[in-house]
Write a protein that binds this ligand. Sequence first.
Ligand code: AMP
Length: 545
Amino acid sequence: MVSTPELSYTSAVSSVALLGDTIGTNLERTVARYGDREALVDVATRRRWTYSELDVEVDELALGLLQAGIEKGDRVGIWAPNCAEWVLLQYASAKVGAVLVNVNPAYRAHELTYVINQSGLRMLVSAVRHKTSDYKSMLSQVRGQCPGLSEVVFIGQPSWQALMEAGGLGDHQRLRERMAQLSADDPINIQYTSGTTGFPKGATLSHHNIMNNGYFVGELVHYTAADRVAVPVPFYHCFGMVMGNLAATSHGACIVIPAPAFDPAATLQAVQDERCTSLYGVPTMFIAELGLANFADYDLSTLRTGIMAGSPCPVEVMKQVVSQMHMREVAIAYGMTETSPVSTMTRTEDDLARRTQTVGRTMPHLETKVVDPATGLTLPRGVAGELCTRGHTVMLGYWNEPEKTAEAIDAARWMHTGDLATMDVDGYVNIVGRIKDLVIRGGENVYPREVEEFLYSHPDIADVQVVGVPDERYGEELMAWVVMRPGTSPLTAEALRQFCSDRLAHFKIPRYVHVVDGFPMTVTGKVRKVQMREAALEILGLQPR
Ligand code: AMP
């Protein structure tokens, strides 16, 4: 008999059932149970809400939206850094069945116009300004090109107060009636993915998609009403509004907003002052926090758990988060906007090696497989291929882009992630890179991720990214972009080669080293490797192939 190798496929069972709630009903259940517990703290503006208080303001805003004529299915946008109003609008729009469109706080006029028109925004709730962006003046520039946008409300301005006041006079019965017309499968959120080429695509997510993802993320880190979750990641991305807000509110936990935009010192200060039990971040955020000169002065002893996600999580950083930030139950989550976002996650009971070296196992009630990108066939365990995910978290589709949806989600409803992964015999998944980041040097496949992991063990390296650059002889060569630790001298290619020799196969040793202060990043903390590859050509004086 020929033995068949076990294939890279898992489905995850759970004794906890999926929720059938809409987002509004789920919030109301929490309010009924935990009314007097704290729900939301906006540190920058020193405002705080209990669940009962939050409920009152969410309803006021929801009634304001009804008074403004917002119908079920209308698109309402939010363009603001993290603030309490973002959270209020998230729940109020869900209650009236409006599709919340998250507009990236870093967008400028060109992208803003595209997103307003592509989603068909009827109303936009906007900050007045943020960092170097003057939102108000950008909006006045583009309004003429956005005929469908009938109302703009500015947070903290008379237009916001008017919306809330109109809501205060509204009739609760109307809100009840509207909520009774909503289905958990309705689209409720559009998130534009940070595409590196072309225009962004609007991943369209239902209540069911994001409600359950938030709920199960919270379940896996064992949230209860005693938890206080510091959310320094942007709300405009799933990491903030789903893994942060929905995970917290579905468990009666408190959302703590340390600052409008990420700031390492403000984050640790908020953890200390608000006695947070959980902290989120993409890897670079944790690196920045751990690297603060006065890191040791913060009292982080209340931390129990947290989540690192969004891009490859270096093992060394994970270990420091456990040992120096007290986050003994920290989890790694892997996912993408199109899947609400989390597809796999480590469990608190996993051993330290698995919690730091893998992205965990399939989330409850989901399926994961690794396929050969050429044939679509499921690969044996341990063999790298494209990760696919299926289940209640897969988006409804890209807003008004059926062809792009069909390229991403196949006929059997599998989402093709574009990520290269392996799955071990126990179902633990390792992300080895993006299909398009794979470097082929002299016929050898090199996963930059593996080289980066190794280079993190260099004592002088604080952060590192590896990209492929063209090479006449080998097709491609590796280039390491390195951020040095304070007080160390810049690394040379020669010194790096010495460090790697005997420890890394010769074809994985970077030929070039480029010392930098930081990497080009998206607002969600993703390193822009495409931009780095372009810059590399100029830095090294190479021609594109
Ligand atoms: P986004 O849709 O902006 O959330 O980006 C999703 C992409 O981020 C995924 O397709 C992965 O390439 C990457 N990503 C997210 N989480 C992880 C993780 N834990 N490890 C490695 N890559 C990740």
